[in-house]
Structure formats: C-alpha cells, structure tokens
Design a protein around this ligand. Structure first.
Ligand SMILES: *[C@@H]1O[C@H](CO)[C@@H](O)[C@H](O)[C@H]1NC(C)=O
Length: 468
C-alpha cells in the first residue's frame, strides 16, 4: 500500500500543479484514507518553486558560459596571428590511436578514458578538451591559430566543471570551423571523413539576433544542372543556420513568382525544425524552366518584409537572392522598397562560372555590399557563413552578449550510438567577439561558446517529484 500510495501521490502532485488544490481528487482517496496522508498542494506555489529552481540551475550554467566567453575574448586579444604556426592539438578522431609500430600518431596523444555516467556513459577524460575539425578545413593557418588561441579555455572548462558538477559538455565552436569540446572523448568515425561542421549546428543562432529571411531562388532554364544543385545546397545551408527564433519563406521565380509552399503565400513562418525540414523536401523537387523575371520576386519579398515590420523579429531582415544573373534591371524595386533606409539587407549568391547576365546583379555589390560568387559546391558553406557575419555585426560592434537558449535537439553527430542520441538537449550559448582594436569598428565574430543541458536534467526539477 505504501508503495502504491507513493506512486499515486506523484500523480496527484503532477495534477495538482495543473489544478490548484487537490480537492478534485480527494474523493478517490476515500477507500484508503487511513493509509494515506493527504495534503493540499498549492499548484501555483509548486510551479513557482519549480521555476525558481530551474532559474537557479540555468543561472549557474550561464555563469559558466560567460566565463568561457570572457576567456576566449581575452585569449584572442593577446594572440598574434602567425601564418606559419605549427601546433599539435588533440584531434578527437585520433585520440589514443597508434601507428603500426605502436607509437602515438601526430595529433593523437594518449589519454586514459573512463566511462562516465554523467556524459551519456561515454568514455571521457575530464583533464582537457579536444578538437573536431571537418576534413575540408583541416590544418589551415586560420584553424591552427584559432585552436592555439583557444587552448586558454582548457582551464576554464575544468574549473567550471569543478564548480558546477551538473555541467555536461562545454564547447567553443569557432567561426573558422573547428570545434573544441570538453571533456576529451574519442569520436569513432567510420568513413575516415569528418563532414561534421560545427558551424552548421543550431547554436550558430547564438551569433545573430532573431532574423526574418526570405530566400529567393532563380529556377529559370539557365539554372539547370550543377547550378541548380549548387542553388539547392545553398538554400539548405541557409536553412541550417536558422532556428526557431527566426522566420523564413522561400520564393522561386522564373516567368512567374511561386511560393515553394503555396500555403505560406505572403507570410513568414517560424524556422523551426518541422518547417525547415518541410522546405528541404520541397527544395529537393525544384526544377527549372522558362525565363528568370527577378523583379516581381524581389517586389513580393520586400512587400512581405515591410508588412511584418512591427511584429515578429524586427532586428534583422534579409533577402537571399540565389541566381546566375538577371536579364532585367531591377534597381527601381530597391528604390521603391528599400531606399534610402536599406532596412532589408540583400545578400546575393551568384551561381556559376561564366557570367552572362551578371551585370544586373553585380550592381548590388556596389549598392548593398553583400554579394558572393559561388561556383562550386565546396564554396557554399563559406559563402553562407559570410551572411551570418554581416548580420551579427551590429551585435559585434555593440558587444551585445545575448545568451541564447537553442531549441531542443537530438545530437546525432556527437553521440552516434542510438541510446545516447535519444537524449534531448538544449544549448546555452553566447557569441564571442574579437576585442582587437583594429577589428572593433567592423566587428569580428570569433565563434560561440556554450554548454549542453540535457532536458532530463531540467525534468528532474519538475514538481512531480516534490511530494511529501
Ligand atoms: C610562428 O610559428 C612558427 C612555428 O610554430 C615559429 O617557429 C615562429 O617563431 C612563429 N612566429 C612568431 C612571429 O611567433
């Protein structure tokens, strides 16, 4: 009876958090009144207490993240860029790997790893952090300098973990593409190729304020073949930089303007995971035909953005124009909708090698500054990252260190076994800026520091356990 009462009691507490007081349920208790002690629980009070405890717990995490941000900025300030830097860091793919003669290999290093309950039962070493680098940016001077500079974070990771043992993974995701993760763990990799790029992870949201983005893609006949492939990849990469604080829509144009999702006509939708995935499916089906009439597509985009001004995410509005050139001159659209204030930033991704009708697009470069040329698939990531830098600039210049809670996600890259990947996580993250004098005026985003919080951890504080 006792056992049963306890479990029933838990149910009651959960319900009483919903309905103030447990009166409703008291009737059901009649039979066992002697065995069970019934106490009225004030639901509002319970929820308030839960909120306070959560706030306190999250407050501790934010404090740790702030320390990481400060340390990274200080380390960058004193670091002098060295083009020829040689530096052996510990690569998470190579940890504890030996060559044929049994000697540790470069970037390997020997670390005793212990299976740790706290880190999803993965074998870890809590003395240090190690580095994940996507193969395409391996060992470039930018990476080496960044890795070298961010060594300073090791002590902070360890210190944070000592002060708050509830902390799990702590990280620095560099805008150059490497990822420093504490504690050390070994990342098995079946293909020998690391496609994982930390800049794709949703915490890149931390680097920009909420934004309204309209992606405008040219699907006229000239965009066939590789151009369309690059365009699709560009759209997907842009979508990956958006999160649930952002709003988005995608317009395709040829002879006429078409919303890729007709139900989203004339509006912006939240860029949450569902909508992003939905857009990706639709993008996959795009095909080309006809002539590219960019003017109407731009008009439509400006109209939507003008309409939502005053609601939604105000701070940052952008149009991403993806095309291989425009047959018509569309300056007057800008004149009508965006000048002189230039509230909407227009980023142009000019696709393809040879530029036939590029002139009509290139003037954007003079007038709006944001213009990149994408001729191969490999260019896409770098080019898309560029827009984040531009949008984060106001934050950078004001040194606006907003703490961001990312949407809950399941990390299938970091934790590749299924049981581990079932853990829902959220990330507390914060942008890191260069404090060097020469960069202050235009602002440089170094990356993002943060820590993952398992939702399980938050649920532990939920009031259903608070039963006396
Ligand atoms: C740059 O790095 C190389 C290799 O680590 C080192 O020999 C050289 O002294 C460094 N240059 C400066 C200016 O620190």
């Amino acid at each position: 009876v006792q056992q049963w009462a306890v479990s029933f009691g838990k149910e009651i507490a959960a319900l009483s958090a919903k309905y103030s007081g447990a009166k409703l349920l008291q009737k059901k208790y009649k039979d066992i009144e002697g065995a069970v002690k019934i106490e009225e629980v004030d639901g509002e009070e319970l929820v308030k207490k839960f909120a306070e405890e959560m706030e306190e717990m999250l407050g501790r995490k934010m404090k740790s993240v702030k320390k990481l941000a400060e340390a990274a900025e200080d380390a960058d300030l004193v670091h002098e860029y060295n083009e020829t830097l040689q530096f052996d860091y510990f690569n998470s793919l190579l940890i504890n790997t030996v060559d044929e003669d049994g000697n540790p290999i470069p970037l390997g290093g020997e670390f005793p790893l212990e299976r740790n309950e706290h880190f999803n039962k993965l074998p870890v070493n809590t003395q240090q952090s190690n580095i994940q680098v996507p193969t395409n940016v391996y060992n470039q001077p930018d990476i080496l300098n960044g890795v070298y500079m961010s060594e300073a974070l090791n002590d902070i990771f360890v210190d944070n973990f000592q002060k708050d043992p509830t902390l799990t993974w702590q990280y620095f995701g560099s805008s150059t593409g490497f990822f420093r993760l504490y504690p050390i763990q070994w990342t098995p990799d079946e293909n020998g190729v690391v496609t994982f790029d930390c800049r794709n992870r949703n915490y890149i949201q931390a680097a920009t304020s909420p934004k309204d983005v309209i992606i405008v893609v040219d699907v006229s006949g000239s965009m066939k073949g590789l151009r369309l492939t690059i365009a699709k990849h560009t759209i997907n990469t842009i979508l990956d930089t958006l999160g649930e604080n952002d709003f988005v829509n995608i317009i395709a144009y040829s002879d006429y303007v078409r919303y890729v999702e007709p139900c989203f006509k004339g509006i912006l939708v939240q860029a949450d995971l569902d909508n992003r995935e939905h857009f990706k499916l639709l993008i996959d089906e795009l095909h080309v035909r006809g002539e590219g009439k960019v003017k109407n597509a731009m008009k439509e985009s400006f109209k939507i953005l003008n309409e939502v001004q005053g609601q939604g995410s105000l701070c940052n509005q952008a149009i991403m124009l993806i095309t291989d050139g425009a047959m018509e001159d569309f300056q007057d659209v800008f004149q009508e909708f965006n000048w002189p204030d230039r509230r909407v930033r227009v980023f142009t991704y000019l696709i393809g090698r040879e530029m036939t009708f590029a002139e009509n697009v290139k003037w954007i470069a003079c007038n709006n500054k944001y213009y990149t040329h994408v001729s191969t698939l490999a260019d896409v990531q770098e080019n898309v990252m560029e827009y984040l830098h531009v949008l984060s600039r106001p934050m950078v210049i004001n040194h606006d260190h907003d703490i961001i809670w990312t949407e809950a996600y399941m990390d299938s890259v970091l934790f590749n076994t299924q049981a581990q990947s079932l853990l829902m996580m959220t990330s507390v993250a914060m942008p890191v800026f260069s404090k060097k004098e020469e960069t202050l005026s235009h602002g440089i985003l170094l990356g993002v520091v943060g820590t993952d919080v398992a939702l399980r951890e938050l649920m532990r504080l939920a009031p259903r356990y608070k039963v006396s």
